[in-house]
Design a protein around this ligand. Structure first.
Ligand code: AMP
Ligand code: ZN
Length: 465
């Protein structure tokens, strides 16, 4: 498996530390609003990475945080707390906001066939671990107290600039507009580990600690949640490219200072989804969420298909025209598969199966080349072989692609059973001359767009789309 590693800026062969189980940490959402479709692009790519590794035979232990405290408007500890801002606007408590948008996020994941990570941990549930880490960082001289807060001293780590690949001067230029100077800091890139005294609005959620009553900084959350759930040696850490600096840079600094050794081997970053006006962001207020697409009649799985057609390391520009094209192409694909499904025939051809599985694997192993993975699906459909062999491969690939390629059938199986039971009930009612009940059953089905017809051969049904 070849994977681009942001840490080394190279495509590398992926070698997990424990060949039986890959550990994978993915930064989760800050739950102050609905995830926008750009955030969801990142989660789709991470889902493909996890499922692709499963396809190669690895077990994956994946953990994701839910940020419900500590993430300020600017990633460099500046601005108001994102959760507080929404709570005030929506006149609710921070925890109510967190619950609402966490549930909405999990629903979005489900609609996009993104597997729920094995471990999901809320930032507010890990206070003890932050305190433990910060205490050690203070003891070992990596952190300092200033103005009532605890800061990490970035000059104490030798490789602070490795992940971003930029030096101090470059970064200073890049973040200049974001820097709202905090005079408590010794160096401009130092970051808050624990705040008891913020110049911004006071927090609703605070905890007692040896450093005073306060709340954690955003960066320490991910390090603590990752280390306590996945151990001291992490294989893969993912996130969107905006996380490279400062978030992941700071995660490395504090985790490695705390552990005293290298922490994570592979850093995988997903490029942005833009719209025509540029970067999509929740705070800009012009972002699209999945709900708005569904309201306009789009199938969420088509959005997944749209994302998979491009490589995760390339910027993808979103437009409704693009999504319309993806809808047409997806529907055509599903129709082709339906034709195959309607004519199941032939014995499985193991040679053909192996050939296509190898192509599919190779595409994934080539730094998660999802568009090539989709091409291998089309190659199966075009292949000169029997339909059972094709169906076998389509089902096999869909374990990773998760595009509901055969799902229609599964739904109709259940639905079919339900309708047949209803028809049977109606026939019994008719035999008993209970026409009122028979009509009631027919109307009930009609409400669900199921039309039943009495023919000489018996009762048939049709589902209106
Ligand atoms: P947030 O909820 O803002 O913490 O972001 C959640 C995840 O989405 C992070 O991994 C971000 O890096 C990622 N992300 C943010 N904006 C975009 C975007 N426009 N396109 C793709 N991923 C993004
Ligand atoms: Zn994170």
């Amino acid at each position: 498996m070849k994977l681009y590693n942001t840490l080394t800026k190279q495509i590398e062969t992926f070698i997990p530390q424990n060949e039986n189980e890959v550990t994978m940490y993915t930064c989760g959402p800050t739950v102050y609003y609905y995830a926008h479709i750009g955030n969801l692009r990142t989660y789709i790519s991470e889902d493909i990475l996890e499922k692709g590794l499963n396809y190669l035979g690895y077990k994956v232990k994946r953990c994701m945080n839910i940020t419900d405290v500590g993430h300020l408007a600017g990633d460099s500890d500046t601005g108001e707390d994102k959760m507080m801002t929404t709570a005030k606007k929506e006149k609710k408590s921070v925890l109510e906001i967190a619950k609402h948008y966490t549930n909405a996020f999990l629903e979005d994941m489900e609609k996009l066939n993104i597997r729920k990570p094995q471990i999901i941990s809320k930032a507010t549930d890990n206070i003890d671990m932050y305190i433990k880490m910060i205490t050690k960082l203070l003891e070992d001289g990596y952190a300092y107290k200033s103005g009532g807060n605890i800061y990490f001293d970035t000059t104490k780590t030798p490789n602070y600039y490795q992940l971003s690949g930029r030096n101090y001067e470059d970064l200073m230029l890049a973040v200049r507009s974001d820097v709202d100077v905090d005079t408590n800091k010794k160096n401009p890139f130092d970051f808050g580990l624990w705040f008891t005294n913020s110049k911004f609005n006071d927090q609703e959620l605070k905890w007692d600690s040896p450093f005073g009553i306060g709340y954690p900084g955003w960066h320490i959350e991910c390090s603590a949640i990752a280390i306590s759930n996945l151990g001291e040696n992490l294989d893969i850490h993912c996130g969107g490219i905006d996380n490279i600096f400062p978030h992941h840079t700071n995660e490395i600094a504090q985790s490695e200072s705390y552990l005293g050794h290298k922490w994570c081997n592979y850093w995988v970053h997903m490029e942005f989804l833009n719209d025509k006006s540029g970067k999509m962001s929740k705070s800009k207020g012009d972002s699209k969420d999945l709900r708005s697409l569904i309201e306009k009649g789009y199938n969420p799985i088509v959005y997944r298909y749209f994302c998979l057609q491009s490589h995760y390391r390339k910027t993808l520009t979103f437009s409704t025209e693009g999504l319309d094209i993806a809808t047409k192409s997806y529907n055509k694909l599903i129709n082709k598969i339906k034709n195959i499904k309607n004519n199941p025939e032939g014995d499985l051809d193991q040679k053909i199966i192996e050939k296509h599985q190898n192509n599919f694997k190779k595409a994934f192993e080539n730094d998660i080349n999802t568009s090539l993975m989709i091409t291998s699906l089309y190659d199966v459909i075009k292949e000169d072989t029997n339909n059972n062999t094709k169906l076998y491969l389509i089902k096999d690939f869909d374990q990773v692609l998760s595009l509901n390629l055969l799902k229609d059938d599964e739904i109709s199986q259940e639905l079919k059973k339900y309708i047949e039971e209803k028809i049977n009930e109606r026939n019994i009612a008719k035999q008993n001359k209970d026409y009122a009940k028979a009509d009631q059953i027919r109307d009930e089905l009609l409400k669900q767009n199921i039309i039943i017809k009495d023919t000489r051969e018996g009762t048939t049904f049709e589902i209106q789309k």
